[in-house]
Design a protein around this ligand. Structure first.
Ligand code: CTP
Length: 473
């Protein structure tokens, strides 16, 4: 073989080879497994193409193991899969396949190995290794995938217009591979993405976002976003992000290009953390800048309230991109909303109560917030960057001191909403919220101490101001 396989993999492939021979079926290793083996990347699944019945071969191979792993198959697609000690093996009959322009349903007919290779996405994914007795282990590479792999080039086996129109998700995959592998999209292939970008609409948003998240978790996600922007594929499914791009100049004053600033922040976060959702917070932190942008006479460009509006936009964008509506979304929205707060604490004469307020609002997500803020420093002036980062270090130290003293991060006020309803005989209402907030704020501001008696006295006083009387106990 031209590739190095583990002993288990070799044993599996030899077994498949001899069972296939007995069934008079030809079969080949193909796709990502071959590519990743040649590149020396980890593999945890293998695709096997056979001329003939892939499902029958999969069943025969699975049945040859004493524990008879369960075979999952899809008759309509002619695919079958089973797991062997965590290793995924997938079988498919060689196909000719094309998609009609108005439908996602493939028309499939039986084909040769060359037919199958031709209808794959990129030349580096279209290499096959024979598992047939007569030429076992030989590389079959009709589209020079090996050369493209060496030169780090992504190119479609067929005319890219055909390859992309067969399955438009491949445009996303191409950009994802470019980002993940550090490859370059060959110019004609890239131009075809720009030409066919609207076809991405026939692909489900879940599949598009899945590729986007694969771009997000690479060490330098900006590479992928830049390609998505330049090909205008991004405009098709995430227009809000493209609106960040560009610089407007009035009276000789410009603002920064917020798209490229966002990409820089994203890369900075990626250097500091593997957390996908923190990376999403980087993508969204300035998302409301276009909507809040104003030129103020004698002052220049402002983006007042972009953090609050950005926080509000986050659930909508998550829904649009079919990202989860769960605590991860809440985390992203919270960070977007808070992303300017630590900057406010770098000024002089900051009180402990301002520190307490941030500790309370950020809670368990304070470290993530500080990473986002440090990553948001993208000035080209090295001295400025150094000064801002030093200021954040001072803020972090003071937050630590205040937290050690007051234990605010996991703190709950001594009187909660349920207690307030009981004291005053109130049903859930706006008044309960007002009283609850008043107690919390008074403690955070240091107006009253953090204990039940003080909170009780304070809430009675506040309620009296609102003409609310306690019920007799
Ligand atoms: N493939 C394709 N078009 C697609 C998806 C897949 O032509 N839209 C082909 C490629 O030959 C690919 C193979 O099917 O190599 C296996 O696909 P998949 O397992 O999704 O991707 P990998 O290439 O293995 O890469 P990764 O696991 O990183 O997604």
């Amino acid at each position: 073989m031209d590739i190095v396989c583990s002993t288990e993999e070799q044993a599996l492939f030899e077994r498949i080879s001899s069972i296939a021979q007995g069934m008079q079926v030809h079969c080949y290793l193909v796709g990502g497994f071959v590519r990743d083996k040649i590149l020396g990347r980890d593999t945890k699944d293998a695709d096997i193409v056979c001329t003939g019945d892939g499902i029958a071969l999969a069943q025969a191979v699975a049945a040859s193991y004493p524990n008879r792993p369960q075979v999952n198959f899809f008759k309509t697609f002619g695919t079958a899969q089973f797991k062997l000690n965590g290793f995924d093996v997938e079988f498919v009959g060689a196909r000719k396949e094309s998609y009609s322009s108005d439908s996602r349903k493939p028309e499939v007919s039986e084909g040769t190995i060359e037919d199958d290779q031709r209808r794959r996405d990129f030349t580096i994914n279209a290499m096959a290794i024979s598992l047939n007795k007569e030429n076992y282990g030989r590389l079959i590479d009709p589209f020079n995938g090996m050369e493209d792999l060496r030169n780090k080039i992504l190119r479609t086996p067929l005319d890219p217009d055909i390859t992309f129109s067969d399955d438009p998700l491949r445009m996303m995959r191409g950009i994802r591979f470019a980002t993940q592998l550090g490859f370059v999209l060959e110019p004609e292939t890239f131009e075809a993405i720009s030409r066919n970008k609207e076809r991405i609409k026939i692909v489900s948003q879940e599949r598009v976002t899945d590729e986007l998240n694969k771009i997000m978790v690479t060490p330098k996600p900006s590479v992928g976003f830049d390609l998505l922007y330049k090909s205008r594929l991004l405009h098709e499914f995430f227009p809000q992000m493209t609106e960040l791009a560009g610089v407007e100049i009035i009276e000789g004053k410009g603002h920064k290009d917020n798209f490229y600033h966002t990409l820089q922040v994203l890369d900075n976060v990626a250097q500091r953390s593997d957390n996908l959702w923190l990376r999403w917070a980087a993508v969204l932190h300035d998302i409301a800048k276009p909507a809040t942008k104003k030129f103020e006479e004698g002052h220049g460009w402002t983006f007042h309230g972009h953090e609050a509006l950005g926080e509000k936009m986050t659930p909508r964008i998550f829904r649009q991109l079919k990202l989860p509506q769960n605590e991860n979304m809440k985390f992203v929205a919270k960070l977007v909303g808070l992303h300017l707060r630590p900057i406010g604490l770098t000024k002089e004469d900051i009180t402990d109560s301002a520190m307490r307020r941030l500790l309370f609002d950020a809670g368990a997500d304070l470290e993530a917030l500080m990473i986002l803020c440090e990553s948001d420093v993208t000035s080209k002036n090295k001295f400025k960057v150094k000064r801002y980062l030093e200021n954040f270090e001072l803020v972090k130290e003071r937050l630590k001191v205040v937290e050690e003293k007051d234990r605010i991060r996991n703190w709950q006020p001594p009187i909660d909403g349920a207690e307030i309803m009981k004291i005053f005989g109130l049903a859930p209402s706006r008044e309960v919220g007002i009283l609850k907030t008043a107690v919390r704020e008074a403690i955070l501001d240091g107006i009253i101490p953090n204990d039940y008696a003080a909170a009780y006295g304070y809430v009675l006083q506040k309620a009296a101001e609102m003409d609310i009387k306690p019920v007799k106990q």
